[in-house]
Every structure is written in structure tokens, then in C-alpha cells.
Design a binder for this molecule. Structure first.
Ligand code: GLU
Ligand code: MG
Length: 457
């Protein structure tokens, strides 16, 4: 099937550059399979091109590993002649970059083949296919992302196991947690003010900022959007903004899932409800709402192990799923319970929804949304009943749902063998994602660790 790309509005570029005549550089961004931004920098005319015929870039950027190296097993590289595709602008995403030294803008782009077919390996198109299935059912997912991160000193040497905890903020210290601390936020007033200003300029719907449980750990929430693609785009761009402004303040922001053995990891929580064609939340429907919500939870749990490699997409991320950490360790759900993978927030009324708590903050928001929403759809289509909800501490006892694996390797094996994943994300996408993860795993397996030297040398 041939898809015709969305018609692009050249007026957006013209209007933007008329209002921002000082812009010297446009940072053209394409998120790869890991969610790492790739692309080019160029003059305003390059951005205009992205709104027109497209900007050429190799289709193979979706076959790179986390270190940006080609993974030959994806079959996307030299054997194809390393074909160029064309990147087209994501409408509405041309915005000023407030944290660059010189006047700059950024533009998000999506990859298409030369004839205009959406490139199957681009996670934005993977999500689009799932959203099309919802549209056929007259349903529209509403999503909100929450992101956790650590602020570190820029000269921090990564030796997470041994080093004293790097932290910033006058009231933070390694000996104390600062959950919800207002003083910690006040100590970083200028930093967060710059984030608020940038979000306003870029149109990111920022909600709350909190000080999280780890010293120097924070969380920023985006408001929900009745456009899951936009919500995922914004999560990705929020990450870039948090990191870029941190650099300007002489800090370093990290979304790494589990940077410190003894402190909580960084999660990416996703809240989801479903709207009908009239914009009503079907989970709040007095007749069928609770059944639909139970089925949505049922499908999410039934597909969780298969899709785990997407939710936790790094070798390090599996360390985050630790008992007592408020990151989940089991395939389980509960009402108003933060120890489970799928939580139904209390008292949500019209905002009745589920919260998916598995993903690491460094996961790819579009792939997380695609796998999660496909799980929800699967549950609704098959009428899947979830197991009993967990009341109390899900980390205790062993009858509270299957355990999530501690190893990326096992998650990737399940992913690669999964027919759910092939249906949800595409068998061709499943192939490239699995090959990239296997290539990364091999590097971790081969590297002789510092602990081995400390122990055996
Ligand atoms: N930091 C926890 C995680 O890794 C989540 C804490 C919370 O906000 O409940 O998912
Ligand atoms: Mg949190």
C-alpha cells in the first residue's frame, strides 16, 4: 500500500522565518530506533526544503546501535547501497531553540522513501500504524508522559557503583532523600524558570515539576494530549530541552534508567485514556467504561513480556526494575498502587485512565506508545480479563504476577519470537530492533568490567 505524505504547509516555514529573521541555523532532528536524535544543521533554506521536497538522509540511520555504529544484521546498510530517503518536516515543530549560544531553531522530521512511502523503520510511522487501527474503531488515545532525570555536575565521572553520589542543589545531600522537596526546587529556580520559558516558546504543555526521591533527581510532567503522536514528539523534545538547558547552567541532565545502584532509577510513565468520536473518555462511560478499562489492562499485561524490550530498551534499564524502587518488577496491576506495572490512579472520575510505569526515561516515546497502545487494543479486541489487582506491596510474596526479567537478552528473545510484536510494530521493524539490541548485548558481554579487574587481576 502506498501512503502519500501529509501535505506540508510552506507557510509555516515562511511565517516562522518572517517572525524570526535572526535565525542562523536550523537543527534538523530525526529520532533513530533508540530515540537518539540524528540529522543535520543547516541554514533556513534547508528547513524550507523539509517542508517541500524533503531533505535527503540515509534510510540506514534506523539501523544504528546506541553508539551510532552500523548493525549489518539489520540489512539496512551497504548491501542496499546505503540508499538515501527523504526527511519531511513534522508540521508544527519548527521552533526557536532558547538554549543555543547563537540564534537557532529546531525542526523535527520523519523519514520517507523516495516515492513518498513512509519508511517502515521510522518509529513515528510504527506508531502511526497503531493509531490508524484505533481510528478504524472510532477510538482515539489520549496520552500524557512523565519524565524523570538526574541533574549531575558536568565533570561527573561515571563510576556509579563506588563514587559518592553527585548531586546539585543546596538542600540535597547523599544522606537524605528530597522527595517533593520545595527547597530543592527553589535552589534551582533559574534552571526551572528557563525550562518554563522554553516550554512556553516551543509550545510544550508543561505541567508540574517535582523533586524526586534521589538527590538531584527531578520529574517533569507534560499535560495530556488527544494526539498520541504529538504527545510522543513532545516527550522526545522535552528530553532535549531539559538536557540543553542543563548544559547552559553548567549541569548535566541524565535520563539513564539506573545511574546509581542505591538510588531510584529514572522512569517514563505514560497515562492513557481513550476518547470516542465525541471526545468522551470511554473509560469513564457508566455502562461499558469499567469493562473497557479492565480489558485495556488485561491486554497491557498479556503483551508486557513480549514488548518489554521496547519499554526498557537499554542494557542498564533492567537494573531499574528492582524491589522497593517504585519501578515494577512483575506483570501486575492495581488501583492507586505505585508498586505495580499498571496503576489506575485514584479518584480519576472523568479522567479515568491507566498509568503505565515500566519504561525507562531513556526509552523511545513513540515505540513505548506504539507497544502500549497496541496492547490496549489487543485487550479490547480480545476481551481480555486481567488477573486480580494487587492490593498493597507488589514486591512481597511470589503470587503476584510473573516476574519481569532482569536481563535485556531475555527480553529481546521474547520480543523477537513474539507474534504480538510482529502484528503491533511490524515483522520488519521487529527484525531491525532485535538485531540492534543483540549487537548491543554482544558488546556488553565482551567488555571486561572494572569489577572483574578489581576482583581477579
Ligand atoms: N523512579 C521510579 C521509577 O523508576 C518512579 C517513582 C514514581 O514517580 O513513582 O519508575
Ligand atoms: Mg516520579
Amino acid at each position: 500500500m502506498k501512503h502519500v505524505p501529509l501535505s506540508r504547509d510552506m507557510n509555516e516555514a515562511d511565517a516562522f522565518f518572517a517572525e524570526n529573521p535572526d535565525i542562523e541555523t536550523v537543527q534538523m532532528l530525526v529520532p533513530d530506533t533508540n530515540g537518539i536524535l540524528r540529522g543535520k544543521w543547516g541554514p533556513p533554506d534547508l528547513a524550507r526544503k523539509a517542508f517541500g521536497d524533503g531533505v535527503p538522509l540515509p534510510l540506514s540511520i534506523f539501523g544504528l546501535d546506541i553508539w551510532g555504529r552500523e548493525v549489518p544484521e539489520t540489512d539496512l546498510h551497504i548491501e542496499t547501497g546505503d540508499l538515501d530517503g527523504k526527511c519531511l518536516a513534522v508540521p508544527g515543530s519548527l521552533k526557536r531553540v532558547t538554549w543555543s549560544k547563537r540564534p537557532a531553531a529546531q525542526l523535527l522530521m520523519s523519514m520517507y522513501e523516495g516515492d513518498g512511502t513512509p519508511w517502515y523503520a521510522d518509529p513515528r510511522h510504527v506508531l502511526e500504524k497503531v493509531l490508524a487501527r484505533f481510528r478504524e474503531k472510532g477510538l482515539n488515545p489520549v496520552c500524557a508522559f512523565e519524565l524523570e532525570f538526574y541533574l549531575l555536575k558536568p565533570d561527573f565521572e561515571a563510576d556509579a557503583m563506588q563514587s559518592p553520589l553527585p548531586h546539585i542543589g543546596p538542600m540535597a545531600g547523599p544522606e537524605r532523600q528530597q522527595m517533593y522537596s520545595i527547597n530543592t526546587l527553589s535552589g534551582l529556580e533559574d534552571y526551572f524558570a528557563d525550562i518554563n520559558d522554553a516550554a512556553a516558546i516551543q509550545g510544550l504543555p508543561m505541567d508540574t515539576i517535582i523533586s524526586e526521591a534521589g538527590p538531584g533527581q527531578f520529574e517533569i510532567n507534560l499535560l495530556h494530549r488527544a494526539d498520541a503522536m504529538l504527545a510522543a514528539d513532545e516527550a522526545l523534545l522535552l528530553r532535549r530541552m531539559i538536557a540543553g538547558i542543563a548544559r547552559r547552567h553548567g549541569h548535566r541532565a541524565s535520563f539513564m534508567s539506573k545511574p546509581f545502584q542505591h538510588w531510584p532509577g529514572n522512569g517514563m510513565h505514560v497515562h492513557v485514556s481513550l476518547e470516542d468520536e465525541n471526545g468522551n473518555n470511554v473509560f469513564a462511560d457508566p455502562k461499558r467504561g469499567e469493562t473497557l478499562l479492565r480489558n485495556a489492562v488485561g491486554g497491557t499485561l498479556a503483551s508486557m513480556t513480549d514488548a518489554l524490550a521496547v519499554f526498557v530498551n537499554t542494557f542498564n534499564g533492567y537494573r531499574r526494575l528492582a524491589p522497593g524502587s517504585y519501578a515494577p518488577t512483575r506483570v501486575a496491576w492495581g488501583e492507586n498502587n505505585r508498586s505495580v506495572a499498571v496503576r489506575i490512579p485514584s479518584g480519576s472520575g472523568k479522567a479515568r485512565r491507566l498509568e503505565h510505569r515500566i519504561s525507562g526515561a531513556d526509552a523511545h516515546p513513540h515505540l513505548v506508545a506504539a507497544a502500549l497502545l497496541a496492547g490496549i487494543l489487543h485487550g479490547i479486541e480480545e476481551g481480555i480479563e486481567p488477573p486480580e489487582p494487587i492490593v498493597g506491596n507488589a514486591y512481597e510474596g511470589d503470587t503476584k504476577g510473573a516476574e519481569l526479567t532482569d536481563y535485556m537478552e531475555e527480553a529481546v528473545e521474547a520480543f523477537e519470537a513474539s507474534s504480538f510484536v510482529a502484528d503491533a510494530l511490524g515483522a520488519d521493524f521487529r527484525h531491525i530492533f532485535a538485531e540492534i539490541k543483540k549487537a548491543e548485548q554482544a558488546v556488553f558481554d565482551e567488555r571486561i568490567s572494572r569489577l572483574e579487574h578489581e576482583t581477579y587481576l
